[in-house]
Design a protein around this ligand. Structure first.
Ligand code: UDP
Length: 350
C-alpha cells in the first residue's frame, strides 16, 4: 500500500480514469514510491495557491513560481514550512531553466480580475503570450504534462447560451478586456500547436467565475467587493441594472476538475465552472442576507464590454472527467465570507 497522498508503482492516481498511466521512465524520483514534481506558475495567486495545497496533499514536490504583481505571499505562508514546497520569485514571461526534472507544468500566472488586467495590460498580454511560450518550452524539455488555465473570457460577450466549448466567441480585440481575452485565445492556440507539432501532453481548461478563500480583498471582482461592502455596511455597488448574469464556482470544485483533467488523454479545451446561474442583483441580495447586512444598493455604470450572460455548459467535463461541482453557492459564500471577515478584522477594516 502506498502512504496516503503518494502513488505506488502501478497504482492509479485517479481510479476513475482507466487509461491513466504514470510514465515511470520520466518521473522526478523513482525510489520505491513514485513522487512527482509539479511546477505551478502563478502559484501564489488565488487559484494557484489552492493548487499548491492540493498537489502537496497528493504527495508531489511543488514549485510555485510567481512575480507577485497580483499574487500574494500571504496565500502561501502556511505552506512555507512544508518540506516539499518551494516558492521562486520569477516572471514566467522571461526564460528560466530547471535542472531538476519536472513532471507537470500548470500555467496559472496572469492578472485575472478586470481591475487587475486594466492596471497591467501589457503584463497581461505578455504572460498570456510569452509566459505561455516559456512554460510550454519547460514542459517540452521535461516531457511533462501541461495544463493551461484559460478562461470563459475567450467567449467574450457570448451570443450562445450556455457556452459550449464548440462556440468560437464574441470578443472585442481592442476593448479594455481585449488584453486578457486575446492573450488567452493566443495561449490556447499555442498550447494546441505544441500538442499537435511536438505531441506535448497538453490540456486546456476554460475557467468560469470562481470564488473562495484567498481572493484579494481589493481585486475589484464582484465577490470580494460585495462581501467587503456587506460586512462593513457600505453601499453595495451594482454595475448597470444588475440583470447581467454569472455562474459562480467554489474554488475546491475547480481544483478537483483541474486535477482530474491533468491525468487524462483529453487535449481539447474543457469548461470548468458551476452552471448555477444568477443575476448580479440576486447575487448581491444573497450576500446581503448571509452577512445580515445593513448596506444599501447603489447603481454604478456598467463597465465596457461587460458580458451580459455567462453560464458554462459542462457536459464535456461530466463526460470526460466524471466531474460536477459539489459546493453550493450558500455554503461556498459562507466559507468565503468567514475568510474575509477574519482578514478584515486582522487588518482593521472591520
Ligand atoms: N459587478 C458589480 N459590482 C461590483 C463588481 C462587479 O455589479 O462591485 C458586476 C460586473 O459588472 C460583472 C459581474 O459583477 O457583471 C462580475 O464581475 P467580475 O469583475 O467579478 O468578473 P467578470 O465576470 O466580469 O469577469
Amino acid at each position: 500500500m502506498a502512504a496516503a497522498g503518494t502513488i505506488a508503482k502501478g497504482q492509479e492516481a485517479f481510479p476513475l480514469r482507466s487509461f491513466f498511466r504514470i510514465p515511470t521512465e520520466r518521473c522526478a524520483h523513482s525510489l520505491g514510491e513514485i513522487l512527482l514534481r509539479t511546477l505551478i506558475t502563478g502559484g501564489a495567486g488565488f487559484i494557484g495557491s489552492h493548487l499548491c495545497e492540493r498537489f502537496l496533499a497528493e504527495g508531489h514536490d511543488v514549485i510555485a513560481l510567481d512575480n507577485f504583481i497580483t499574487g500574494n505571499r500571504d496565500n502561501v505562508e502556511h505552506l512555507m514550512s512544508h518540506p516539499k514546497f518551494r516558492v521562486m520569485v520569477h516572471d514566467i514571461s522571461e526564460p528560466i531553466e530547471f535542472h531538476e526534472l519536472i513532471d507537470n507544468v500548470l500555467h496559472f500566472a496572469s492578472p485575472a480580475s478586470p481591475v487587475d488586467y486594466l492596471e497591467f495590460p501589457i503584463q497581461t498580454m505578455k504572460v498570456g503570450a510569452l509566459g505561455t511560450h516559456v512554460s510550454l518550452g519547460i514542459a517540452k524539455k521535461h516531457k511533462a504534462r501541461y495544463l493551461l488555465a484559460s478562461t470563459s473570457e475567450v467567449y467574450g460577450d457570448p451570443l450562445v447560451h450556455p457556452q459550449t466549448e464548440a462556440y468560437w466567441g464574441n470578443v472585442n480585440p481592442i476593448g479594455m478586456r481585449g488584453v486578457y481575452d486575446e492573450a488567452k485565445r493566443y495561449a490556447e492556440a499555442l498550447t494546441l500547436a505544441y500538442y499537435r507539432q511536438h505531441k506535448l501532453d497538453a490540456h486546456i481548461i476554460r475557467i468560469f467565475n470562481t470564488y473562495g478563500e484567498r481572493m484579494q480583498l481589493n481585486d475589484g471582482r464582484v465577490v470580494p467587493n460585495f462581501i467587503y461592502q456587506a460586512l462593513r455596511g457600505d453601499p453595495m455597488t451594482i454595475y448597470g441594472d444588475g440583470s447581467q448574469t454569472r455562474s459562480f464556482c467554489y474554488v475546491t470544485d475547480l481544483v478537483e476538475g483541474i486535477y482530474r483533467l491533468l491525468f487524462t488523454d483529453f487535449h481539447e479545451p474543457v469548461n470548468l465552472g458551476n452552471p448555477a446561474e444568477v443575476t448580479i442583483k440576486e447575487f448581491a441580495e444573497e450576500i446581503h442576507k448571509l452577512a445580515h447586512s445593513k448596506s444599501v444598493y447603489i447603481a454604478k455604470p456598467l463597465p465596457l464590454d461587460d458580458p451580459k450572460k455567462r453560464k458554462p455548459d459542462i457536459s464535456r467535463a461530466i463526460q470526460v472527467l466524471g466531474w460536477e461541482p459539489k459546493v453550493g453557492r450558500e455554503e461556498g459564500l459562507r466559507r468565503t465570507m468567514a475568510y474575509f471577515q477574519q482578514k478584515m478584522q486582522k487588518t482593521g477594516k472591520l
